[in-house]
Design a protein around this ligand. Sequence first.
Ligand code: GLY
Length: 308
Amino acid sequence: MLPVIVVHGGAGHVPKDRADLSSVGVRDAVRAGYAILQAGGSAMDAVVETVTLLENNPVYNAGRGSDLNVKGEVEMDALVMDGRTLASGSVSAVRRVANPVQLARLVMEKTNHLCLTAEGASKFARAMGVPEVPEESLITDYARMRWKKNLQPDANPVECQIGKMGTVGAVAVDKEGNTACATSTGGLINQMEGRVGDTPSVGCGGYADNLIGAVSTTGHGEAIMKVTLSRLILFHMEQGKSPQEASDLALEYMKERVNGLGGVVVVDLKGTWAARFSSLQMVWAAAQQDQLHYGLYHGEDFIEPICV
Ligand code: GLY
């Protein structure tokens, strides 16, 4: 099997002054994930490493750089899923960890549960020896500026959401033909304390099944949950649609049915991949057959060689 990995850095509108940084970040992350796959590493290792890099990059709304809730605090969600067994792990509304995606993997591997939330997730992190980081280390000036702006009486929260929905995620198929997905987010800007979106919910923020393929989503979580976007795409693929056709059908349905915008990265078992979105932009990158593909606007597919 020729391995493949596809990454997104969020659907929405990327401000001009952040477009280059956003694109470089997903390209660097996808190269790192692809190197793992080329060396014979698992799809799960590749997606977790890729999303970890994106969480560490302050450009995205995940890990460091997360959007702030209405109280100006960071609450993060993350999910992983292993297509071999349908094993999954997630954390929601978790605070003071640098890499929620790694904690989600520990939930999958070290507990009998699928999701741990809030203080319970933090306690589990401590029990697993995951270092607690100061909340300040996760907050960027940009996130604080947007939070403050959105507290103004004349703020337009909808405009603000469209301005940045930078959830991050990755899907991969490894040399053995195993699939995996990982997704991570700081949620919606100025969301209510305790609000949990689509990201940590299996079938919404992501899904991986070795019988079909894998999906990771980004966009407005409430809309994504209403249509269980990831599983809906895989359902269409089970009915014979390609990753691109299935993604377009599901994104169109989400727009028509619940007025929701978003984006997805998808792979199938043959290594066919898609990066599709109904928002104005989605920063994405894909690596396969030593080629790197990337784009930001609809219709873009820039290609360059990857030297591994
Ligand atoms: N899709 C991320 C969120 O709505 O939280």
